[in-house]
Design a protein around this ligand. Structure first.
Ligand code: 48F
Length: 264
């Protein structure tokens, strides 16, 4: 059979899209493919949970590859050695610890997590979480890592997860995001102080955006996402109806202000 570029392209697009669409709702979303994330994914998948690991870089492994100061070795203590051994890593006793190759550790731990049934998506960054009633984290807001790296303005997509796990290492990026955004600080309606948007909740964000579209300072209106940011309302992702309604309301308010000024 002659090679067909189109068949190859179609295969790649269709196969990943099928898997992606089948994972819009997960049991567990693990953010970060370092040793903790991969191990978490392995054990969660072994319990029969539907698990996806999101890794913003092109490769998983996190801080495992470099061992210590680029010496490619990983040491573990007695209590933990059963884990790499379960992955099939050759761990040798040394000075009261156990030591093995960091490269072997990455390869075998990742293979074990995949074999256990977890999915691992590379090049995807989690930039926020989805929030539901009582401030419960209910999913992840994702984008391509390349989009983030290029600083492009591209709206993300959202996925649901029963549990979200921040395994982002020293960055602690998900917990920091949550800390920054939840619970929202008190709104200063007098000054319209900019307090920042909350995490994603499309329905609430869309509902509040029109209400938040108002004059926050004499002569200054806010509309669109700026309005939700000023009043600490949620973001809503790639839905644009609220933006349109907000823009229209702002135009009406502006027209009223202009008319009033002309009357004086
Ligand atoms: O840093 P990392 O290896 O975290 P870990 O599993 O392990 C820490 C050790 O490697 C080492 C240590 C042990 O002595 O201190 O540093 O706690 O892996 C974290 C992964 O998360 C990715 C990041 O690229 C890395 O591969 N990551 C970070 N933020 C995001 C992310 C994000 N917002 N979305 C997706 N991936």
């Amino acid at each position: 059979m002659p090679l067909s570029e189109i068949d190859i392209t179609r295969g790649i697009i269709e196969d990943f899209t099928e898997e992606f669409t089948g994972s819009l709702q997960m049991d567990v979303a693990v953010i970060g493919g370092g040793p903790s994330g991969i191990t978490c994914a392995y054990y969660a998948a072994r319990k029969g949970l539907k698990v996806v690991v999101f890794e913003k870089k092109l490769h998983v492994g996190g801080g495992m590859w470099g061992g210590g100061m680029l010496f490619p070795r990983i040491m573990v203590q007695e209590e933990a050695v059963d884990i790499p051994r379960e992955y099939g890593v050759n761990m040798r006793p040394r000075g009261g610890y156990y030591i093995g190759s960091s490269v072997e550790f990455v390869a075998k731990s990742v293979a074990s997590a995949v074999d256990a049934g977890s999915r691992i998506w590379i090049g995807m960054t989690v930039e926020d979480v989805v929030i539901r009633e009582e401030d419960r984290v209910a999913g992840v807001v994702i984008n391509w890592g390349a989009v983030e790296a290029a600083g492009l303005h591209v709206d993300p997509l959202a996925l649901e997860a029963k549990v979200v796990i921040d395994a982002t290492g020293h960055e602690t990026s998900i917990a920091r995001t949550l800390q920054r955004k939840q619970p929202g600080p008190q709104i200063n309606t007098e000054t319209g102080e900019v307090i920042g948007e909350k995490s994603m909740w499309a329905e609430m964000g869309e509902r509040e955006i029109v209400e938040n579209t108002k004059e926050i300072h004499k002569g200054l209106l806010v509309c669109g996402m700026a309005a939700n940011a000023v009043y600490g309302s949620p973001r809503m992702g790639a839905i644009f109806g609220g933006m349109l309604l907000s823009g229209r309301k702002a135009a009406e308010l502006a027209a009223g202000i202009v008319k009033e000024s002309q009357g004086n």
